[in-house]
Each structure stands twice: as C-alpha cells, then as structure tokens.
Design a binder for this molecule. Structure first.
Ligand code: CAA
Length: 257
C-alpha cells in the first residue's frame, strides 16, 4: 500500500494514513487503501484493537483531497461519497474497537473518519472542523449524520454551517473527543486504553459495540431486544465460561491463549 502503513504490536494494530505532503488528505486511492487496511485488521486474529492515526505532527487527516474533487462531476462525486461512506461504515461496524489518535488537523473527511471511530483521543494541537461549505459542498462521508448524533443537533449545525475550526479543548468540552493529551503522550494514552480493552473478552467487547451501534437509532424496546439476544449468545461461548470461572477461581481470565 502506498499511503497506508499498518503496524501490529501486542494485538494493537496502528493504521497510519501516510501522505504528509498533502497533510494526509485522502483521494480515491487513499480511501481504497484505508478500506483494505481495516478489512485486513478485522480479519487478523493477532489484532484486538485498531488505532487510526496520521503521519506527522501536523495532521490527522486534512480532509478529502480538494484537488481531486475540483473537476468532479455529480456522478463522480456520488461514487466518491459512496466509497467514503462505505469506509466510515467499515470503521463503525468493526467488531474490534477502533480508536482515533488525532495528532493534528481533523478537517472535513478527517473529522468524519474520527466520528466513525468508537473513541477519539486528541493531542493538544489537534484542530477540528467541517469546512466543506466554504468549498461550496457539504460533508460527504457521514458528517451531517454522525456529528449531530455525537455532539447534538445545535452544535453540529453550527460547526457544519459556520465551518469554523475548534481546538482540542473545545472539542473535549462539547464531547467530540474523549480525552486530550500533549502530543508527546498521545501514543501512550491510546495504548493504555487499548490495553485496558484487551484485558476483556473479545467477543463480549464486540457484542457490546454491536449493541451500542445497532441500538442507538432504534426505539428503546428494539435496542433492549438487541441487547437481550447478544447477552444470551455470549453464554454459548467459551469466553463466558472462562470469564466467570476465572472470577470464581480468583484468577485472571485468559481470553487470548
Ligand atoms: N486536499 C488537498 N490538498 C491539501 C488538503 C486537502 N484537503 N489540505 C492540505 N492540502 C495540501 C495543500 O494544498 C498543500 O499542498 P501544496 O504544498 O502542494 O500546495 C499542503 O497540503 C500543505 O497545506 P498548506 O500549505 O495549506 O498548510 P497550512 O498549514 O498553511 O494550512 C490547513 C493547513 C489549514 C489544514 C489548510 O491546508 C487547509 O485548509 N486545508 C483544507 C482543509 C479542508 O477544507 N478540508 C475539507 C476537505 S472537503 C471534504 O473533506 C469533503 C468530505 O466531507 C469528504
């Protein structure tokens, strides 16, 4: 892959978007490569948590590649948006938690990728914006849908129509990110969260993610039904037996032998 690096260490897969000369802006090739990387990590048994980040100290992803969009027809834009939306759905549907390690600008499509991740940890220098309207377009990789679900409709409307940049502190205040740390501590913070998740049953973690994502837009009764079935299914797994037996035997569970 030309623009994506994958590094797997202790069950943590770090996928790095690597196009620093364009602040990691994503054209069709980068989108296709990121989709491939996510698929690869989801399939790989040696991966428990996926971390998404960008190369360099300036940008996570500065958005979709504006130069490649300059002459796009409506039909081509439809395809570009569809590919980008599929990419964000792959991130959201991953049974393994995906953490965005936001190391700088997360603008436009970059903010939308972060929104599709399960958790977002930002460095102090990170900046967020949905600036598409300044280009005469709108967010096309899920921003109009995921941003209001995460931070509320009023704040999302302001971000998407005014298009102004907010810093990491403000992003934390409005619930756009889970934590803010100095850039030098970003990897450590992300890894310690990944390690905490990895101590737990992988099927249980995957089932919890599925219930939260699938139930989120459902009426409460439907969401509870999703939870009920997932809860019961886990009782047919070795993982449930190991977790509960370890508790009874006063030892640590071994979920990843
Ligand atoms: N697309 C293509 N190239 C980009 C880019 C983008 N989104 N963002 C930055 N670059 C390129 C610049 O063109 C520049 O390349 P050249 O040296 O070849 O000119 C290089 O990256 C460095 O950028 P700057 O010189 O602009 O750096 P800066 O520090 O002065 O500014 C910035 C940084 C504020 C992030 C500025 O680059 C910027 O505003 N970028 C565009 C951000 C944007 O509008 N993103 C939304 C894109 S639309 C979208 O994402 C649609 C969607 O929903 C899918």
């Amino acid at each position: 892959m030309k623009y994506i690096n994958i590094n797997i260490n202790n069950f943590i897969a770090t996928i790095r978007i690597n196009r620093p000369e364009a602040l990691n802006a994503m054209n069709k090739v980068v989108v296709a490569e990121l989709k491939g990387a996510i698929e690869e990590c989801v399939k790989n048994e040696k991966v428990g948590v996926i971390v998404l980040t960008g190369t360099g100290e300036k940008a996570f992803v500065a958005g979709a590649d504006i130069k490649s969009m300059q002459k796009m027809s409506g039909r081509e834009a439809l395809e570009f948006s569809r590919e980008g939306q599929e990419m964000t759905m792959m991130i959201e549907n991953s049974p393994k938690p995906v953490i965005a390690a936001i190391n700088g600008f997360a603008l436009g499509g970059g903010c939308e990728i972060a929104l599709a991740c399960d958790m977002r940890i930002a460095s102090e220098n990170a900046k967020f914006s949905q600036p598409e309207v300044a280009l005469g377009i709108i967010p096309g990789w899920g921003g109009t849908q995921r941003l209001p679900r995460l931070i509320g409709k009023g704040r999302a409307i302001e971000m998407i129509t005014a298009g102004e940049m907010i810093d990491a502190k403000e992003a934390y205040r409005i619930g756009l990110v889970n934590h803010v740390v100095p850039l030098s501590e970003l990897t450590e913070k992300v890894n310690s969260l990944a390690k905490a998740i990895m101590k737990n049953g992988p099927a249980a973690v995957g089932a919890a993610l599925k219930c939260i994502h699938k139930g989120f837009d459902e009426p409460l009764e439907n969401g509870l039904d999703i939870e009920l079935n997932a809860f019961a299914e886990l009782f047919e797994t070795d993982e449930q037996r190991e977790g509960t037996t370890a508790f009874v035997e006063k030892r640590k569970p071994n979920f990843r032998s």
